[in-house]
Design a protein around this ligand. Sequence first.
Ligand code: F0G
Length: 367
Amino acid sequence: MAHQWRGVIREYADRLPVTEATKVITLGEGGTPLVHARKLSELTGSEVYLKVEGMNPTGSFKDRGMTMAMTAAVEAGAKAVVCASTGNTSASAAAYATAAGLKCAVLVPEGKISMGKLSQAIAHGATLLQVDGNFDNCLDIARKLGEAYPVFLVNSVNPARIQGQKTGAFEVVDSLGDAPDIHVLPVGNAGNISAYWKGYKEYSAPFETANGTLPAVSTKTPIMWGFQAAGAAPFVAGHPITEPDTIATAIRIGNPASWDTAVAARDESGGLIEAVTDDEILAAHRWLSAKEGVFVEPGSAAGVAGLIKKHAAGEVPSGKTIVITVTGHGLKDPQWALRTEDGSDVQPVKVPNDVVTVAAELGLEEN
Ligand code: F0G
């Protein structure tokens, strides 16, 4: 029988801090495809899958956390929410605030968020302020607003966000039948790597709920591999970076809020957090669109860039199951697709309105 996916809260209610009385704010997030990556699998000799989070309602994984955060905001009686963002969180917050009937203010670093994300926040009626500073400065202000003013903070420092985002790990296990051997993802503010690790741990052990104990779903947890942009790689440096810089604006973050939980995810899983250059990110972005058929934004390609780099170094095992979360849709930031490897822009070929010329241009001969 056809099943309409009900959003992550209703699908995983017994594993989330909600009750039957909770008024759920949802746009039907989650239930995203786990796509077999044929070419990455051929390259590595492992079975590589992409968790395509661009298929969420606002085009990124942020919706998993935002359904929880906005539900919590309504439960707390909030009238307005605020967030800092490199773009996707603001797009998601604006959409879910609209669904909840709340006011939404978003703080973004001036000139450093993509047009797609900016338009989403505006379209959903958020009050958008461009701060003369980077994401880390925006988050400082948003936190202070949340503490001292009547606005509810929906950044991932709010634990409700991590709770919602952990459902990404549940879905991977539910699709594969067990946890993968390695889970790869981009790292920015570090909420997502923390959330996935929480989800994998919870699914691999008995889980206490108000209605009794749920049995373990998976037999193991994966090794977590996180990748940062080289110009914004505080985990690689071992300390915050004051002037983070990368073309992957989504992960242009120097002082990640979820520092300790990300380090725990890395270390408890026996994993790593390493860096990839902007060129490696753009090459992975092209690989995904041209070889796998999956269009992502540059920041989302950092995990794939990391896997390709580790493979080149001979450090990717074969015969394993590897899942890479590709975090946001390519249409968020489409201009990168039009840029060729030598840096010039692709110019579409113009043709007259005539089938013979079009056929000739396509190299076709009449049957
Ligand atoms: N990928 C994309 C597309 C993102 O938008 C982000 C973060 C990340 C990866 C990194 O995830 O922060 O949990 O480590 N974007 C945030 C935002 C910061 O404001 O939209 P993380």
